[in-house]
Design a protein around this ligand. Structure first.
Ligand SMILES: NC(=O)c1ccc[n+]([C@@H]2O[C@H](COP(=O)([O-])OP(=O)(O)OC[C@H]3O[C@@H](n4cnc5c(N)ncnc54)[C@H](O)[C@@H]3O)[C@@H](O)[C@H]2O)c1
Length: 379
């Protein structure tokens, strides 16, 4: 099997590549180092030291065939897919920061344009080249927002004025980033409807963690962002606890979100690759559990106090985002379980690993201290 990973240099892309290599798959990858550059622009860097792409490839004995280029460039994507003819394309190569998309009109448009174009480029390349490629697209659980009803997997039955239909579940994403993903979702639904493309649309929760079994095996780390623009919440809490700073819970902390460990994210993507749809559009709500921010802060404090002998404080900052502080939340994740998903690594297993990894990068973390508190405001 040949798999093309777009965004192979990223947090998820690189460990996915390691897993696929070990599974005997021919791994092709593309990236334009967009995240490395943008993270540098906010004066940050990966909190765990990572190798360059060239170093990664040479340490892996050239088992990744790498192409440098921009996935929002249609010719680059068309030529890549024409030359490789992959069985599957995993599309991770998007601007992936909600805060970045909220900085200004420029960053909002950059996010919308690049993300929507990149997915369209893949759709058209696969359709025009008439190849039976499985498109695995990374969306976000944040596309749904926080509706006051249960969140199904993509679609639901609607009864309205004595009629009913099976319809796309409303998407109420709360940033331009999330809305770019919503647009991708609709574009993929239409592409499947008119051209029968094979699509797995992955609504992923927030990913946390620093290790997968292949990261252990090869000793090659993946990036780990903790700054206010690119860091995700749990990774940031762990970093703060190691630095001895109060955890920055936004608002009251009763916001609930879906989460999964990096190990589980890679496991799920592998399952999805092994279960291609038969010219269907399939949706996977890809998460393990949902937690409130207060619950997560409490767990991080518990582990950091015990493992690193700290007395971590939990602080509450004014919420820089516009989001409900208290809300109903009940999403389902049945489709992955149907193809064999069982939790691989729990929060309790991952937290000690993350704490130890970050503690051994403590000086590097301390140099990032002033890029953590939120400066990007939604209003
Ligand atoms: N990490 C999470 O918690 C999370 C949660 C939900 C969804 N996702 C989605 O999963 C995907 C991967 O996320 P990640 O955390 O690995 O992010 P990441 O930023 O670490 O990885 C994305 C990679 O794609 C590359 N890239 C971005 N735009 C590109 C372009 N136009 N051309 C070529 N390469 C480009 C970046 O340089 C980077 O290496 C993203 O689409 C993201 O929105 C991530």
């Amino acid at each position: 099997m040949k798999v093309l990973i777009l965004g192979i240099d990223g947090y998820i892309g690189f460990p996915l590549a390691l897993r696929l290599i070990d599974n005997g798959i021919d791994v092709y990858g593309a990236d334009n180092f967009y995240t490395r550059k943008r993270v540098m622009e906010v004066k940050s860097k990966s909190a765990i030291r990572i190798n360059s792409m060239n170093e990664r490839i040479s340490k892996l004995n050239n088992r990744i065939k790498f192409y440098r280029g921009d996935v929002s460039n249609s010719k680059f994507v068309y030529d890549l897919i024409r030359d490789i003819k992959p069985d599957a394309v995993v599309h991770l190569a998007e601007q992936r920061s909600a805060p970045y998309s909220m900085i200004s009109l420029k960053t909002a448009n950059e996010t919308l344009e690049k993300n929507i174009k990149s997915t369209m480029n893949i759709i058209y390349a696969v359709k025009d080249l008439k190849i039976d490629t499985h498109i695995v697209k990374l969306g976000s659980m944040g596309e749904y927002g926080t509706p006051n009803i249960d969140i199904p997997e993509g679609f639901f039955n609607v009864d309205y004025n004595n009629r009913n239909d099976y319809m796309v579940f409303p998407r109420m994403g709360q940033s331009w980033y999330h809305l770019s993903k919503v647009f991708d979702t609709y574009n993929l639904i239409l592409a499947n409807k008119i051209w029968d493309l094979n699509v797995s649309d992955v609504m992923q929760g927030v990913v946390y963690g620093s290790r997968t079994k292949e990261i252990n095996k090869y000793g090659l780390f993946t990036r780990f962002d903790i700054d206010e623009v690119y860091g995700t919440v749990l990774n940031r809490f762990v970093a703060e606890s190691v630095m001895g700073d109060p955890l920055t819970v936004y608002g009251e902390g009763n916001q609930k979100r879906t989460f999964l460990s990096l190990e589980d994210s890679i496991y799920c993507l592998n399952l999805i690759l092994n279960n291609p749809p038969d010219h269907e559009y399939k949706v996977y709500n890809q998460f393990d559990e949902y937690y409130s921010l207060n619950y997560l802060a409490g767990r991080v404090k518990e582990y950091a106090d015990e493992i690193l002998d700290k007395n971590v404080k939990i602080g509450h900052l004014e919420d820089p985002r516009v989001e409900s502080g208290n809300h109903y939340y009940n999403p389902v994740n049945e489709n992955l379980k149907k193809i064999g998903y069982r939790r691989q690594r729990s929060l309790d297993e991952e937290l000690p690993l993350m704490l130890r990894d970050l503690n051994s990068n403590k000086n590097r973390l301390l140099s990032l201290r002033n890029v953590i508190r939120p400066k990007t405001l939604w209003k």
